[in-house]
Design a binder for this molecule. Structure first.
Ligand code: JB2
Length: 216
């Protein structure tokens, strides 16, 4: 059955998602965005139809939604939007950019997104609504929790666990076997050689706990 596809959000992440979907052979029928000022505009030629209520009349069986809101920190908006749409009966499509390499036994949960040039090796699981962003590399047997974001160019060695809603920042490196808890933040460029607790923020080489300064 042909499905209509809508992307939630009309900002930077939505643009990346629309392009990946197209190259994977999926056309996007429209966008929804909470900003009324965006209604009537287009992103890569796809119209912004309205706010979240614009999809209310869609037949859930014939509709798939894609989360176009990026995860820019722990406890993010992205997870809330995912939960709200699931509660309304919508199903999220998984997205694998055609340029990504994904092992044959990798498990992608609902709404997981593997973007351009990413590598996800054998034995991995990517949780629901998680993002493996541009050119991120995840080696064998890693587990990425729901709504987590492995940012562009980050590297996870084998058998790493990333908790729900955790952000591993741009270009960060995590050595093999490390456990990073839920709602944590690993700053861009950090080198993680010890486990990271739930909610912790770490930065540097080797990565150490930090305060609240911006570190994405
Ligand atoms: O509840 C909502 C909602 N809240 C914010 N529902 C809907 N449908 N849309 C919502 N939005 C909209 O998400 C905002 O009005 C805004 O248009 C959009 C977010 O766009 P922005 O470009 O600010 O962020 P992003 O999440 O697309 O991209 C961020 O994360 C990516 C991973 C940026 O930091 C990117 O650079 C990054 N690559």
């Amino acid at each position: 059955m042909t499905k209509q596809v809508f992307v939630i959000g009309a900002g930077g992440h939505a643009k990346v998602v629309i392009d990946a979907l197209r190259r994977a052979g999926t056309m996007v029928d429209g966008l929804v965005d909470a900003d009324p000022g965006r209604v009537g505009s287009t992103v890569l030629g796809v119209p912004v139809l309205g706010g979240d209520e614009a999809l209310e009349r869609c037949d859930r069986d014939r509709t798939r939604v894609v989360n176009g809101i990026g995860a820019v920190g722990p406890a993010d908006l992205r997870a809330k939007v995912y939960a709200a749409y699931r509660a309304r009966g919508f199903v999220f499509a998984t997205l694998v950019d055609p340029s990504a390499v994904v092992g044959g036994d990798v498990v992608l949960d609902q709404g997981a997104q593997i973007l351009a040039g990413a590598v996800v090796q054998t034995g991995c699981r990517v949780g629901c609504d998680a993002i493996v962003n541009t050119r991120a590399a995840i080696d064998h047997d890693c587990q990425v929790g729901a709504h987590a974001h492995i940012a562009p160019g980050a590297v996870l060695s084998g058998d790493v666990r990333i908790g729900e809603r955790t952000l591993v920042g741009t270009g960060a490196t995590v050595i093999q076997g490390i456990r990073i808890g839920a709602g944590a933040l690993v700053a861009a460029g950090a080198v993680v050689i010890r486990d990271v607790a739930d909610g912790a923020r770490v930065a540097g080489n080797p990565a150490r706990p930090i305060g609240d300064e911006v570190c994405r």
